[in-house]
Design a protein around this ligand. Structure first.
Ligand code: HPA
Length: 254
């Protein structure tokens, strides 16, 4: 198989955030299609390749595109790239996504550090026999979104939002009643990715952080219909803010 140079930090780029790759130097690309059995996204806005490059002197591996449970992939298939990253030597993982804003203080274009999640997908990628070489049967999830990494990001950009991410199965956006339910449950943002990857990374003892780009107000909060085009366009509009944060953060992560 084709090989990329080593890196200890990986970033999974969500909808509309893929152009962070343009901020790296000395890039090399490995399309997912060149890796046998690698799950390839069917969703618009998800390119489908690894990009290796440098932020200053720090090597980093980007995933431009991920797959989702709603595409019909199993939870285990969704997290197979995370297990591959572990075998490649990744120690720190930044998961990014586009999300709907539930917290009324959030504006479209805000970045939210995920402090914790609600896995409401009804599934879990660790279901099935546990391989103890990967991790423990019953992983502790109380620091799944590393407080150390969140504190570091906050110290660099104090206006970052923070909150709880509700992970839904999708693919339909939520109903207004579901959003009111999520609000009562303590969610600040909602999306259809990330929670499985965080569970898998935590199981593998990879230190993880999650960043949501608030790309729309959640269903029922704005009076306009939600579309994937609106979500990816808002992601692209926030990409400078996002790039600025990652450029400062990545060299300090290890
Ligand atoms: N709901 C679920 N997933 C999303 C949303 C949303 O409002 N926005 C972006 N991804």
């Amino acid at each position: 198989m084709l090989r990329l140079p080593p890196a200890k930090i990986a970033v999974v780029l969500g909808s509309g955030l893929g152009n962070f790759a343009d901020a790296l130097s000395h890039t090399q690309v490995l399309p997912y299609s060149k890796i046998s059995d690698f799950p390839v996204s069917t969703v618009e806005g998800h390119t489908g390749q690894f990009v290796h490059g440098f932020v200053g002197k720090t090597p980093v591996l980007l995933m431009q595109g991920r797959v989702h449970r709603y595409e019909g992939y199993t939870a285990q298939q969704v997290i197979s790239p995370i297990r591959m990253l572990k075998t490649w030597g990744i120690e720190k993982l930044i998961l990014t996504n586009a999300a709907g804003g539930i917290n009324h203080q959030f504006e479209v274009g805000d970045l939210m550090l995920i402090t914790d999640h609600l896995n409401l997908t009804g599934d879990n990628p660790l279901v099935g026999p546990n391989d103890p070489r990967l991790g423990t049967r019953f992983p502790d999830m109380s620091d799944a979104y590393s407080r150390r990494l969140r504190d570091l990001a906050k110290s660099m950009q104090p206006d970052l939002r923070e909150g709880v991410y509700a992970g839904m199965l999708g693919p339909c956006y939520e109903t207004p009643a579901e959003i009111r339910m999520l609000q009562i449950l303590g969610a600040d943002a909602v999306g259809m990715s990330t929670v499985f990857e965080t569970i898998a990374a935590t199981h593998l003892s990879i230190e993880t952080m999650g960043i949501s780009c608030i790309c729309n107000k959640a269903a029922g909060f704005s009076g306009v219909k939600l579309t994937h085009e609106e979500v990816t366009a808002a992601g692209k509009a926030a990409s400078k803010k996002f790039t600025d944060l990652l450029i400062r953060l990545i060299p300090e992560l290890l």
